[in-house]
Design a protein around this ligand. Structure first.
Ligand code: T4K
Length: 369
């Protein structure tokens, strides 16, 4: 019996020969970091690929979140979702602001816009939603609320690389959006990330902030940080960008097979594609109703593990359940019933560009039997 380990994801890797050619150029130029030619090229190529005006590269997906809050001078309270990776809320905390959790919409897993207004207080200055699993938030509705109350919006778009709504990038929504290019993402630069902005002035300011605040050899314009991407990872990113469309297509095929096989299984639900959306298939979450399915989510998770199929419980526990945040009033489970239900029923199935027919079938068999 085939017992090969099937992991939840596997990194998209550029051709080693091509990468080596670019490394040779870096070696001979001796420019290895600080806004070198590959860094500039990657920012340009990404802006073109994503269909956004400006991109600023970062060393991971957490630092652009921290920097976005700094750049917009956010203070007080920030409304956010508990159903995300913990970095979303950490960025609010590191800025000395108070995260205020609002429940999610079961139809998308994203912050429920209908519940945002009730959480706004005189101290609220911003909303930080997440396009969880790459599913677009209701950006129009969230913008209406932000405009009504004079709030900023920073989208944590870590999962939303290449996601378009009506042929336009979701990354253009809100004041700023951030991406993660971590190894586990659809598109990776090993570690990496980016911020997306709409005007040149903001791009300039963000570029200063990620370079300690330097606006010239002797001028520091703000309390910046170091989040500069080196030339090796920029070169790697340029090559990976050429492969990402094929990887998304491969993921789409995996999603189609999962959906065909699992659609009629009692007690299992999942998301279908949404009309007008170009999805990136970054994750394939399924939700287990233990009563109908017959075994609990955790038992299925362990059963999969026992045959070397490694699903992941993204996002369990909820961020609001971690000790750092559990004491907040908004962390009260009564405030977050949908988020709790989803966190307790989710398993993300293996989803990446290299899954074979056999890998997919083994995963399905484990769920069906
Ligand atoms: N906002 C959101 C909404 C996010 O989801 C994230 C990160 C961030 C912000 C912050 O972005 P970054 O600062 O991380 O760029 C992973 C990632 O570390 C994290 O980037 C990601 N979200 C989060 C959802 O998942 P782990 O701890 O689950 O990954 P790990 O190491 O267990 O890997 C999972 C599987 O992937 C492994 O079983 C095998 C495979 N893998 C992984 C790595 C790292 C490989 O095959 N090769 C590899 O090099 O956190």
């Amino acid at each position: 019996m085939d017992n090969k380990l099937i992991t939840v994801t596997s990194p998209l890797l550029p051709d080693l020969g091509e990468f080596n050619e670019l490394l040779k150029q870096i070696w001979s130029s001796k420019r290895i970091t600080n806004n070198g030619q590959f860094h500039k090229q990657l920012e340009h190529d990404l802006a073109e690929y994503l269909g956004v005006p400006y991109v600023s590269l970062f060393t991971n997906g957490t630092l652009p979140l921290l920097t976005a809050l700094q750049a917009l001078r956010i203070t007080g309270e920030v409304i956010t979702t508990p159903y995300s990776f913990v970095a979303t809320t950490h960025s609010i905390w590191w800025n000395g602001c108070k995260p205020v959790f609002v429940d999610i919409d079961p139809a998308t897993g994203n912050l429920d816009p209908n519940k945002i207004e009730a959480a706004i207080t005189p101290r609220t200055t911003a909303i930080m939603p997440v396009h969880v699993y790459g599913t677009p938030c209701d950006t129009k509705y969230i913008q209406e609320i932000a405009d009504k109350y004079g709030l900023k919006i920073i989208y944590d778009a870590a999962h939303a690389f290449g996601v378009n709504v009506d042929c336009k990038s979701i990354l253009n929504a809100g004041d700023l959006s951030t991406l993660s290019f971590h190894a586990t993402k659809v598109y990776n630069t090993i570690e990496g990330g980016a911020m997306i902005m709409r005007d040149e002035q903001t791009k300039k300011r963000i570029d200063y902030l990620k370079n300690f605040g330097f606006a010239g050899e002797t001028t520091v314009v703000g309390p910046g940080i170091n989040s500069k991407v080196d030339e090796m990872r920029s070169a790697y990113g340029i090559l990976n960008l050429r492969l990402v469309d094929a990887a998304i297509d491969a993921r789409h095929k995996v999603a189609t097979k999962y959906r065909e096989a699992l659609r009629r299984v009692e007690g299992i639900t999942f998301y279908d594609d949404m009309k007008g959306i170009r999805h990136n298939y970054s994750y394939f979450p399924i939700f287990i109703d233990a009563e109908k399915y017959g075994i609990t989510r955790d038992n299925l998770y362990m059963k999969m593990k026992s045959v070397n199929v490694l699903g992941r419980r993204y996002f369990y526990p909820l961020i609001s359940e971690f000790s750092t945040y559990r004491g907040l009033e908004s962390s009260d489970p009564k405030n977050l019933p949908i988020a709790h239900k989803m966190a307790e029923s989710v398993i993300c199935l293996p989803m990446h560009h290299e899954l074979s027919e056999n890998d997919i079938q083994r995963t399905i068999d484990c769920i069906l039997k």
